[in-house]
Design a protein around this ligand. Structure first.
Ligand code: HAM
Length: 416
């Protein structure tokens, strides 16, 4: 019986999954290079307060999903559930403000949320995110939307839908919350127990409830756009007219509120599967967060997506192979010559493997076949005597005797 199993909601990634993961991550890094974004890596754990104060202490993430622990010094630390708050902290702590605006950053790394695991919803997931810091212009939205379109296109994700909404600002949000409370108050007895609780702590979350019991009441709820201030309205109109002008298809989703408290004005999600409750990606503006963290008022916008969800959505993506090119086949007396030749070929950039099991010649040929190599280089007894090794093309079966000194050139000059 196995003694250990991986924790629920985590995964071991290897084989084809690893190749697909690396392919997606490679495409994302190339995308970022093209758009002039530089990578930032922040710690995997941060002070708990960082998330309480930004994601919001009434949010599901903070209330139910954080992996929080005390270190030996008694500090409360949390495995990061998301990347925006850590990036903003790092931006201020390292005075990245001095590099001028806008600052274009991206990150790729593990995040942790204690959620109910299912396909595309893990307790440890690999998240990619971008943050465009310093612009309040709708042009920032345009850049971020173009990036996400470019990303989905490069990853061959089809059938996605872009949902946007405005969630107002500090000047108008209370107005909307008041209207929403007035609407929901008489309906409270009909709502699920979570919504009854959220009505007091964070009424916006009622719009996000997935419980079928609450769904019928959502359709008549007031819309943010009818309650936001003039500035927010103007901004949203500018964003939607830019989208129209650029022929970027979108849906105005009046009930999109996002699960994190730091958003202001534009909030958006991409949905990709009929019937799927979870968004493929999510993001928005957070114009107040940098100031809340002690910096100068600095608007910002970004989005994040997990590799797990991208992999589910980009099924047709071609996967590169990781076959070695050459297998050096040896017998008892040529083992070390084989190891030496294999070493030389690898140093010349030719992916090569050789036997470490002490197998006989025919079993090594079977192994070479199993690995799908292009060439087997056989150093048998006769070959050793004349210092000319047999190079076998595994596809055609053709064999040539090649002088030991010319082998490297021979492999390099023949395509697979
Ligand atoms: P979020 O909507 O909480 O936003 O997460 C963004 C994305 O992370 C989701 O759309 C999904 O792709 C992925 N994700 C979240 N939770 C899980 C999970 N349990 N398993 C697998 N994937 C998951 C944020 O995290 C914001 N920081 C995004 C942002 C960046 N806003 C502005 N800048």
């Amino acid at each position: 019986m196995l003694l250990f199993k991986r924790p629920k909601g985590t995964s071991d990634i290897y084989g084809t999954n690893m190749l697909r993961t690396k392919r997606v991550e490679g495409i994302l890094k190339e995308l970022m290079l093209n758009w002039g974004y530089s990578e930032i890596r922040t710690p995997i754990f941060e002070s708990t307060e960082l998330f309480d104060r930004s994601v919001g202490d009434t949010s599901d993430i903070v209330q139910k999903e954080m992996y929080t622990f005390r270190d030996k010094g008694g500090r409360s630390l949390t495995l990061r559930p998301e990347g925006t708050a850590p990036v903003v902290r790092a931006y201020l702590e390292n005075s990245l403000t001095n590099y001028g605006k806008p600052m274009r950053l991206f990150y790729l790394g593990p995040m942790f949320r204690y959620e109910k695991p299912q396909a595309g919803r893990m307790r440890q997931f690999q998240q990619f995110g971008i943050e465009l810091i310093g612009s309040s212009s709708p042009l920032a939205e345009v850049e971020v939307f173009q990036i996400l379109m470019d990303m989905l296109d490069r990853l061959n994700v089809k059938d996605w839908q872009f949902h946007i909404n405005t969630v107002g600002c500090q000047n108008c949000r209370d107005e909307y919350i008041k209207a929403l409370k007035e609407y929901y108050r008489p309906l409270l007895p009909n709502l699920c127990s979570d919504c009854q609780r959220r009505f007091e702590t964070n009424v916006l979350r009622l719009l996000d409830c997935k419980n079928p019991q609450c769904a019928p009441y959502k359709k008549d709820a007031p819309h943010f756009i009818d309650h936001v201030c003039e500035d927010c309205k103007r901004h949203f109109d500018a964003v939607t007219s830019s989208l129209d002008a650029l022929h970027i298809p979108y849906v105005i989703d009046h009930y999109l509120v996002r699960g994190l408290d730091y958003y202001t004005r534009t909030a958006f999600e991409v949905k990709y599967r009929e019937g799927s409750q979870d968004a493929l990606l999510g993001g928005g503006r957070y114009d107040l967060l940098i100031e809340q963290f002690g910096g100068n008022p600095t608007p910002a916008i970004g989005f994040a997506v997990s590799i797990e969800r991208l992999l589910l959505a980009s099924k047709d993506l071609d996967t590169p192979s990781e076959h070695p090119l050459v297998y050096v086949v040896t017998f008892d007396k040529s083992r070390l010559q084989g190891a030496e030749l294999a070493f030389e070929l690898r140093r010349a950039g030719i992916p090569t493997v050789t036997d470490v099991m002490g197998r006989n010649l025919s079993n090594q040929m079977k192994e070479a076949n199993r690995l799908g190599v292009c060439y087997a280089i056989i150093i048998g007894e006769e070959e050793l005597k004349v210092n000319e090794f047999t190079v076998k093309d595994m596809k055609t079966g053709e064999q040539h005797l090649v002088n030991r000194e010319d082998i490297r050139e021979y492999i390099l000059s023949h395509s697979c």
